[in-house]
Design a protein around this ligand. Structure first.
Ligand SMILES: [Zn+2]
Ligand SMILES: [Zn+2]
Length: 118
């Protein structure tokens, strides 16, 4: 288990634990659930390109929008409501320091986040 040199918990200020893939992160999440009762979920960090764990209460349900793609040709995450998209944006800002804008999917598949202002 390695501590990140680039990513810190916004509230704790402590370096986040980094994992090399989703499987490893999920394994650690299962472990802490079993031994500490913590409900954690893996997420991919775009800052360090590795995986960290985040409390499940901070997770927002999303699905892939099959009509919209992001900057790298990946499918956009789609949120059911503006509020959930906003919450996700706040979490990303918290964890990664990236500020995102919420906008409505033009094909009617909920709400998306974007880095661009337009
Ligand atoms: Zn990171
Ligand atoms: Zn869309």
């Amino acid at each position: 288990m390695m501590k990140s040199e680039t990513c810190f918990g916004k509230t704790s200020g402590k370096p986040l634990t980094q994992y090399y893939d989703e499987e490893e992160a999920q394994g650690a999440a299962d472990y802490s659930k079993e031994f500490y009762g913590d409900d954690l979920s893996p997420y991919h960090c775009s800052k360090c390109d590795l995986w960290h764990l985040s409390p499940k209460s901070r997770q927002t349900p999303s699905q892939k929008c099959n009509r919209c793609t992001g900057g790298y040709g990946v499918e956009k995450e789609s949120y059911r409501s503006k509020l959930e998209a906003r919450l996700r944006a706040d979490i990303i800002y918290d964890e990664q320091g990236i500020s995102l804008r919420v906008y409505k999917c033009k094909y009617g598949f909920g709400w998306h986040l974007t880095k661009s202002q337009f």
